[in-house]
Design a protein around this ligand. Structure first.
Ligand code: NAD
Length: 477
């Protein structure tokens, strides 16, 4: 048995089977996670369905529970952050920030207004729009921000009156299992069930008859499978998928300021953020200066095990991802790109890759067109701004993007031409619970966060009270 246990119907749910979880800083298995059986998944959905009846009836209680969950998170940073660092690889301080951010999301939704909207109130009728819960939600998360992205789902799903079964990635199940345990006394039994297992468990969840909604964060490839699996039952789906975010630097930008900020936006969490900067377009006139700043940052940033004091960048989370980054960087170099910083894996155990800056890339290079999701950044020069915008948009991805320049109005105008869910001006990765987050094109379906994200965990219901006797009439409202 594992010291990490699933939570079903408010209780610890031990399993016979387990699977190993590796520390990416060593490549070694350091813990066992429970392997959920089909019967246990049925039990989790059954518990969520039963709990839904009472849970949806008391909005004030739901808000109070979310606030208490936030308090528990805030009090548990010292316990949760080392687990997160061990399974994910991020520096301990970043792990602490993730725990804190999860609490902020819980608090935000605990206080978010959800009042019915009156859309007609005249001699003919009174019409009110209300949001009704969907029922049970199947929530599936990836390995880059397991706890925070879990709360992007838990908090709005619960406020809207749903109950939920949550499955983290098999690479990072432990922090989520731990939070299930810590919150067992906070959530009423069955309201939040935490299960763990492999990809197959995710597929069982999306095809299960009980959930009415699938809230999924992960890759485009899996997102498409989720959409297909949910379709026969017309389950509602929100898909938060991959990105290949462009950053466009304008010719009036200050190279040292944008170089620093773009580095942060590209290498935070070791580049493993869906909306990290994944390609940079820089005008020829300041190309060398911007590259110089990026190269200096890449050569001097402190890379190491997340538990070492002062470490700024950890390893890549898992072996397949490590191999993928290696492959994309080698492919770029073999087709003529230069790597003025990095360019190879680090000579040490674990999945460490040198922070890499690539220049001289040809159009159509894989690392420009695909999502690398790791510490390697292609920098591409351009002459004509319209051409740069066109190249930035010539992608199936459309998660986010940014434009950087001295003249904010001009940068703003260029940002509005980006085909993506979030267009930043002189910043990147500025996210908050109040701001909708989602992707255009293959980067997703629907949004999370803010009242828009909350709405996706509900059905809209028009309650129409007629004020005139007799047969119904058509009104323009
Ligand atoms: P992934 O798609 O491989 O896995 C994500 C989750 O889906 C895991 O829990 C996995 O076990 C589960 N899963 C796998 N196959 C499944 C199936 N057939 N049915 C149901 N569930 C299944 O993604 P990953 O490698 O864990 O995460 C990296 C990807 O996630 C990147 O593409 C990244 O851009 C994306 N991501 C997107 C966002 C966003 O908000 N848009 C945020 C973080 C990460």
């Amino acid at each position: 048995m594992s010291e990490f246990v699933m939570t079903i119907a408010g209780e610890a749910a031990p399993t016979e089977g387990t699977f190993g979880v590796r520390n990416p800083a060593t490549g070694e298995v350091f813990a066992q996670a429970p392997e959920c059986t089909r019967q246990q998944l049925d039990a989790a959905f059954d518990a969520a369905a039963k709990a839904a009846r009472d849970w949806k009836a008391d909005e004030a209680a739901r808000r109070a529970v979310l606030l208490r969950a936030a308090d528990v998170l805030l009090a548990s940073g010292a316990e949760l952050a080392p687990v997160l660092t061990a399974e994910q690889g991020k520096p301990l301080s970043d792990a602490g920030i993730e725990v804190f951010a999860a609490a902020i999301w819980s608090q935000y939704f605990a206080n978010l207004e959800m009042a019915p909207q009156i859309i007609q109130d005249d001699d003919e009728a009174y019409v009110e729009l209300a949001r009704r819960p969907l029922g049970v939600v199947a929530a599936i998360t990836p390995w880059n921000y397991p706890l925070l992205l879990g709360f992007w789902k838990i908090a709005p799903a619960l406020l809207a009156g749903n109950t939920l079964v949550l499955k983290p990635s098999p690479y990072t199940p432990l922090t989520t299992l731990k939070i299930g345990e810590l919150l067992r006394d906070v959530f009423p039994a069955g309201v939040v069930n935490i299960v763990s297992g492999g990809d197959e468990l995710g597929a069982w969840m999306t095809s299960h008859p009980v959930p009415r909604k699938v809230s999924f964060t992960g890759s485009v490839e899996t997102g498409k499978k989720v959409a297909m699996s949910a379709a026969p039952d017309l389950k509602r789906v929100t898909l938060e998928l991959g990105g290949n975010d462009p950053a466009i630097v304008l010719d009036d930008a200050d190279p040292s300021i944008v170089g620093d900020a773009i580095f942060e936006g590209a290498f935070a969490n070791c580049g493993q953020i869906c909306s990290a900067i994944k390609r940079v377009y820089v005008p020829e006139s300041i190309f060398d200066e911007v590259v110089e700043v990026l190269v200096e940052k890449a050569r001097t940033i402190r890379v190491g095990e997340g538990t070492e004091p002062g470490v700024e960048l950890g390893p890549i989370n898992n072996l397949p991802q490590f191999e993928r980054v290696k492959e994309l960087v080698s492919d770029a170099i073999s087709t003529g790109a230069a790597a003025p910083a990095g360019g190879a894996a680090m000579d040490r155990p674990g999945y460490f890759f040198q922070p890499t800056i690539l220049t001289g890339l040809l159009d159509g290079t894989r690392i420009v067109d695909e999502e690398q999701f790791g510490p390697a950044l292609p920098v591409i020069s351009y002459r004509d701004l319209d051409d740069a915008v066109e190249r930035a948009n010539a992608s199936n991805f459309g998660l986010s993007g940014s434009v950087w320049g001295g003249d904010e109005e001009r940068a703003h105008e260029v940002a509005t031409r980006l085909e993506c869910g979030t267009a930043w001006v002189n910043t990147h990765l500025a996210l908050g619970p109040h701001q909708p987050f989602g992707g255009f094109k293959w980067s997703g379906l629907g949004v999370e966060n803010g009242p828009w994200g909350l709405a996706e965990f509900s059905e809209i219901q028009a309650v129409h009270r007629s004020k005139v006797a007799g047969s119904p009439s058509i009104s323009a409202g």
